[in-house]
Design a protein around this ligand. Structure first.
Ligand SMILES: Nc1ncnc2c1ncn2[C@@H]1O[C@H](COP(=O)(O)OP(=O)(O)O)[C@@H](O)[C@H]1O
Ligand SMILES: [Mg+2]
Length: 307
């Protein structure tokens, strides 16, 4: 079974796509994992980063997108999930120039409209409120169909809380919540934490020990100022925090720079390599803790990844 990671925050511009791509590059290249990135955001940044603009348009014209996948699956029960993927993406190669297993379910500009249409279809054929839960559950099941083919599935979520984002958070083994250490970001963390834990208010959340939570907050854009340190500490009083903090660096911004000429991961990330290594070490250590050698991930991995 694959480990499913949702990278989510209801706020945009906090580094969701950046962290998704950093995890994808490092887990596939350094860790030798078979990695699938699922691009859930209609901005399609993860797709453009992994395929380049032309590659993404080609995928779209070839009906290899998340929208095509969902629409076809709702129409016919016998779709083959692999046919919607683009294989061997990204611009990073491992030692000896080998391509890592880094595949992509490309994003779609139409994903918001598509989920609205699917919802209406479902609502007209079922009674009342159940169609909301029904749609989320069906989308979640479709997202888990790559369980057997990959070691890690990374879902780069949209900033809002659409049906698909809800579904991704619901089926994820772990939710990584990148945030900027500023006051505006605090409320966004509170909101996503409630969704990740399936509770309705902060009192209910407080009843769940921090070490048992499914989500982890990842400080990003850190410049090492005193004010930021205090804010990160404040987040750590109510939410689980990663040990690693991503600095504000040009090398990390390079995650967004797709190049037609593949290069080593160290060349791509430049002065961001140490941050990348920290993120990789922490995620792979907590992943390894849940792998049972005989039958893949432990059955309770949905809840057991906290260090
Ligand atoms: N640690 C960082 N240092 C420098 N630039 C960053 C860092 N994290 C993200 N960025 C840049 O910030 C912008 C927003 O990041 P992005 O990953 O698109 O956020 P989101 O997916 O949450 O909207 C992008 O241009 C990205 O290159
Ligand atoms: Mg994004």
């Amino acid at each position: 079974m694959a480990l499913y990671l949702a990278v989510a925050n209801r706020k945009g511009g906090v580094g969701k796509s950046t962290a998704s791509i950093m995890l994808a590059h490092s887990l596939s290249t350094w860790g030798g994992k078979r990695v699938l990135v699922v691009d859930i955001d209609s901005q399609c940044n993860a797709s453009i980063i992994l395929l380049g603009g032309c590659g993404w348009r080609e995928a779209r014209d070839g009906r290899k997108t998340i929208s095509d996948y969902f629409v076809d699956c709702f129409k016919t029960p016998h779709t083959i999930p692999e046919t919607y993927l683009v294989k061997e993406t990204g611009d990073v190669v491992g030692s000896g120039g080998r391509r890592p297993v880094l595949d992509l379910l490309p994003g779609s500009l139409l994903i918001d409209e598509v989920q609205g249409d699917l919802f209406l279809d479902l609502a007209s054929s079922s009674i009342g409120k159940s169609s909301i839960i029904d749609l989320s559950q069906r989308l979640g099941k479709l997202l888990r169909r790559w369980d057997a083919s990959y070691d890690v599935v990374i879902m780069d979520c949209a900033p809002g809380l659409s049906f698909v984002t809800h579904a991704a958070i619901a089926i994820a083994d772990r939710v990584i919540v990148p945030f900027r250490p500023d006051y505006v970001s605090l409320m966004a963390i509170d909101r996503i934490s409630l969704v990740a834990e399936g509770v309705t208010n902060l009192d209910e959340l407080a009843a769940i020990p921090i070490s048992r939570r499914r989500y982890m907050c990842l400080p990003n854009f850190v410049r090492g100022r005193g004010q930021e340190r205090l804010l990160i500490e404040e987040v750590g009083l109510t939410h689980p925090l990663t040990r690693v903090q991503l600095s504000h660096r040009d090398g990390i911004a390079n995650a967004f720079e797709w190049s037609a000429d593949a290069r080593s991961i160290e060349d791509k990330y430049g002065d961001g390599v140490a941050d990348l290594r920290g993120l990789y070490d922490e995620v792979s250590a907590s992943m390894l803790a849940t792998i049972s050698p005989a039958k893949g991930y432990a059955d309770d991995s949905h809840r057991a990844l906290s260090a």
